[in-house]
Design a protein around this ligand. Structure first.
Ligand code: IMP
Length: 181
């Protein structure tokens, strides 16, 4: 099968993603020039974004990974995040930037931000490729946003539906029949 056959429309093309990454990388490079920040990539969706982003930056950046899942009934998140994989280093006194694929309800990043405050990070910022503003349930402010997206389920460039479509090079909307099956 071809993954692209399941895509109804392309929302953000490879060229647009490249442009977004250039702009975010330039801004982050300026803001973190002498700070040696820790970029905390939230698995798995943000991996492709992280790797493209940091290759466009010419300043020291440390990379760490966290894997989290929200507790809940499967339909609605309760907002408590369960840590499946934690960091290997201390963030006390460090400048932290969360690298996320998409902020939807905001519950994941709200919980992670609170957690990292208790770990005494010097500063905590959020860099998200996509912002699905319409669906926000808690007040989370992203400091760096690639672009906003409508309240549709998107896949590709790291984002999945049932662990599929992450390796599409663009962001697209799935055909409705994929959900219905
Ligand atoms: P939040 O806690 O609701 O902000 O959830 C953010 C997480 O939900 C993201 O890291 C994604 O894993 C997932 N998510 C939210 N919207 C989408 C989507 O449209 N496509 C794929 N994953 C999504």
């Amino acid at each position: 099968m071809r993954l692209s056959d399941d895509i109804e429309k392309v929302l953000i093309s490879e060229e647009q993603l490249e442009q977004i990454n250039e702009e975010l990388a330039a801004q982050l490079s300026k803001d973190y020039a002498d700070k040696n920040p820790i970029f905390v990539c939230v698995l798995k969706g943000a991996v492709l974004f992280l790797t493209d982003l940091v290759r466009k930056m010419d300043i020291p950046v440390e990379i760490e990974f966290m894997d989290v899942s929200s507790y809940g009934d499967g339909i609605k998140s309760s907002g408590d995040v369960k840590i499946l994989k934690d960091l290997d280093v201390s963030v006390a006194g460090r400048d932290v930037v969360f690298i996320e694929d998409i902020v939807d309800t905001g519950l994941t990043l709200a919980a992670l931000t609170e957690l990292f405050k208790t770990r005494n990070a010097k500063s905590i910022k959020i860099c998200t490729l996509l912002d699905k503003k319409e669906n926000r349930q808690v007040n989370v402010k992203s400091d760096y946003i690639g672009t906003t997206v409508p309240n549709e389920f998107v896949v590709g460039y790291g984002l999945d539906y049932a662990e599929k479509y992450r390796n599409l090079p663009y962001i697209g909307v799935l055909k409705p029949e994929i959900y219905q099956n």
